[in-house]
Ligand binder design. Sequence first.
Ligand SMILES: *Cc1c(COP(=O)(O)O)cnc(C)c1O
Length: 223
Amino acid sequence: MYDVKGNLREVLASLPAGVTLVAVSKFHPAEFITVAYEAGQRIFGESRAQELATKHAALPKDIQWHFIGHLQTNKVKQVVPYVTMIEAVDSLKLLQEIDRQATACGRVIDVLLEVHVAQEGSKFGFTPDECRAMIAEGQWRAFEHVRICGLMTMATFTDDEAQVKQEFSVAARLFDELKESAFANSEAFAVRSWGMSDDYPIALATGSNTIRIGTKIFGPRIY
Ligand SMILES: *Cc1c(COP(=O)(O)O)cnc(C)c1O
């Protein structure tokens, strides 16, 4: 097996204080998660509803599961019982459905708004203008079973570090702007989730405080 424990230690040792690590375990077997769990990791990221349900059933109940993938509204019901955070909310409709399903299970779900900043690659997420407009319109204020905790984004998959930095900086500025305009009184609105195995040092340099690392801990994903 990949040296999950050693890799995890190495990643953690490279992080400044106050940065949260989401260990992205999608497509990796439960045994890999157990190794990381035994080394102290508690936050794991998954991107498919069925896989999350299966792993939730098999693994310790104090794991905090983040749903990091694109979520269709018809799958919300399947993930809401298991997640502590849904990271990639990309429409008001999805936010509303999370609120509805969370109400039905008597839970409050933490969410991040996904912002689309990449020139290439990911096609999901609000543009910064759509995100501003959605927040300004204010319908989300009526959703009492979701708590908006910040922003999530992905940069273009490229070796051009200046481009990656520029894209993450767009998210960083939007975070500051929304914090001031709509979330100044929200302690919860504090999460800046950007950075993956190949770009997390750049992410940290642009204000990220939550990184989502898969390959660097668990090795290549087997489909
Ligand atoms: C798969 C995935 C990651 C982890 O990517 P690695 O390059 O393996 O670290 C992070 N964030 C999201 C949204 C993902 O889908």
